[in-house]
Design a protein around this ligand. Sequence first.
Ligand SMILES: [Fe+2]
Length: 316
Amino acid sequence: MNLRMEPQAGAAFDLGDDAAYQAWRARKLARFPKTLAELVVQVRDPRALSSGERQALLERCERANMAIYASAAGDDLDKEIPRRLGLQLGLRDLDANYLADDDGISPLAVAARGTRGEFIPYTNRGINWHTDGYYNPPERTVRAVLLHCVARAESGGENDLLDHEIAYIQLRDLNPQHIRALMAGDAMIIPARIEDGRVERPEQAGPVFSVDAGGFLHMRYTARALSIKWKQDAATQAALAALEGILGAPSPWVFRGRLEPGMGLVSNNVLHTRTPFSDSARHQRLIYRARYYQRVGAAPAADKMKLHSLSIGEKR
Ligand SMILES: [Fe+2]
């Protein structure tokens, strides 16, 4: 017996199976939220969700690969808020970025000086379209990102959000060859990071779009030209130009919002931007960011074991 509620989505991303793609596409677009407000779930305490709150967050992530929660946590600095919220959504394994605090949850705020200040997230500058951790090696693929707002800026600091499955649909509808080019394993090269003459991270090639073992679409992308080398052939260049066109045009699929204190974004690492912001004495932006190797809603280990033994039992 198949215990999954949904059919395997993997075939939808197979360029040779147009029928599977069309069926998945129609269902996806029909169920996609029309407004940012549809993504918002009021939760009483992110540390201890009710089953209704948890289901509402999972349901939005299933439809749009993202959900926004609004809580009364306000400016509470407790990192247990994002950590425990993540755990309740199946997010367990944090990507320990070397700039993150020891617990793997990065406090994003303007850094006065030091190493963090050299990286855009720790400045008040805008950040163009990207997915998180696009430079990570495959064994550290960032499948989910949680942003929890402790404090907002005086002005700015909004996020544009685009479900990467929608970007995939837009590109494939324009020309399936764009998808083929961006699924190539050598489409995108992350240059080595060299510090003090030492290779801190070797050069690494990989695809933009890939399909994981569970049949889910993953996307690695950055619009920054500085930190990346793209394959120079005509097909890749045409696909990139088309993607830039999609991301640069006004779109009914893009949501823009600003997280207020106590609010947060849970996502399967969707495409996003950040607008520049200004802090004041009263409002200094602070966002906790957690990156995970699981997707939202991945069954907790104990449940997985239960499912496994169930299916074995039924085969007998
Ligand atoms: Fe990001």
